[in-house]
Design a protein around this ligand. Structure first.
Ligand code: KG4
Ligand code: ZN
Length: 331
């Protein structure tokens, strides 16, 4: 079976992974997150420069960890989009260079297919039809997945404004909690009452998300209540609103599309209440919930190698070396 080198550079993580026949042999990850903190968001040019600097070392580390040599690589899979244009371009150019130098095929990969495919490295093949909820600082998407190697990804809904993780980060800042806000809210919410404050649930009955109204509702509530803020109750009530919204919409999508498996990935999938409520609702509805280990839930190279591996095993053709900055394979 071919050894696939996966490269991911769509945002601020420089990820490299090596996968063979559904098995992750080794991976390495660098992040430029610290360099963006003072700008309040990822700066594409800074991310791109960081990828250029970090990528060769990450490839080296991944090879060392897998115990294989450059010459053992049989194929290169690289994120071709979606993502920050200048950041994607660095990985794509590097992927082409490695493929050319090693005289092996190149596979352009859809970043979101990677988020789903990574689960197969831990839990085996996905069923032919499932719903994926991707919830991180950058994504909030509800997807209908078929055969990951062949079928296009169907977007059932995305966020109209803030991503779920962004909402956690902004509300945490409002409450004076540390960055990243998700884990901080998760921690203090344990001491609070999730039903203390009835925060709104946006766009019920649809597959679309919106979190800016919820964030504003929290800000208004804090403004209207002078005196010390009951941080634990506000955090728990906010977290409950997000968990309720995400789990309800995901389970509804499974029902609507006759899917008996829900895949949940992204940093927010690490949230204890999001996990517990989603697990509870899935169990009640007879839906299998699959959540990769947190390390693989966030952007990484293994997820891109996992897609390359699936595509090769499905016998699909490689991408051309002049592959443009969008996925060509139907991933
Ligand atoms: O997937 P991720 O690590 O990175 C990208 O967005 O690329 O997601 C990061 C987001 C942050 O907004 C962070 O606050 C959120 O995931 N997050 C959490 C938790 N852990 C991380 N949100 C809620 N609860 C958590 N335990
Ligand atoms: Zn991602």
């Amino acid at each position: 079976m071919p050894l696939v080198l996966g490269i991911e550079t769509s945002c601020d993580e420089t990820g490299v992974g090596l996968v063979r026949d559904g098995v992750l042999l080794g991976d390495a990850l660098a992040s430029s997150m610290d360099q963006h903190a003072r700008f309040g968001g990822v700066v594409p040019e800074i991310a791109a420069r960081a990828h250029l600097e970090a990528l060769p070392a990450m490839v080296r580390h991944a090879l060392d960890r897998a115990g294989v040599a450059f010459a053992d690589i049989d194929a290169v899979a690289v994120t071709a989009g979606p993502g920050l244009a200048s950041a994607v371009q660095v990985g794509l150019a590097a992927g082409k260079a490695y493929a050319l130098a090693l005289a092996v095929p190149l596979y352009g990969v859809h970043h979101l297919a990677g988020h789903a495919a990574v689960d197969t490295l831990e839990h085996g093949p996905l069923p032919g039809r499932c719903i994926a909820l991707i919830v991180s600082g950058g994504h909030t998407s509800l997807l209908l997945l078929g055969d990951l190697a062949r079928d296009p990804i169907v977007h059932l809904g995305d966020t109209l404004d803030d991503a779920a993780g962004e909402a956690f980060d902004k509300v945490a800042r409002l409450l004076g909690l540390s960055y990243p806000g998700g884990p901080a809210i998760d921690r203090v919410a344990r001491e609070g009452d999730p039903h203390a404050i009835a925060f709104p649930r946006a766009l019920p009955g649809t597959h679309t998300f919106s979190f800016s109204g919820l964030k504003t509702a929290v800000a208004r509530w804090v403004e209207r209540h002078p005196g010390p803020v009951p941080v634990a109750d506000v955090a728990a009530s906010f977290q409950e609103a997000v968990a309720d919204t995400l789990s309800r919409k995901a389970v509804a999508a499974c029902h609507e599309h006759d899917a008996s498996t829900l895949l949940m990935v992204g940093g927010v999938a690490a949230n204890s209440r999001v996990r517990a409520l989603t697990a509870q609702r899935c169990a009640k509805a007879g839906i299998e919930l699959r959540v990769p280990t947190p390390r693989l839930c966030t952007d990484n190279g293994a997820m891109i190698a996992a897609v390359g591996d699936l595509v090769i095993r499905a016998g699909l053709p490689p991408s051309p070396l002049d592959l443009a900055m969008h996925p060509t394979a139907t991933l």
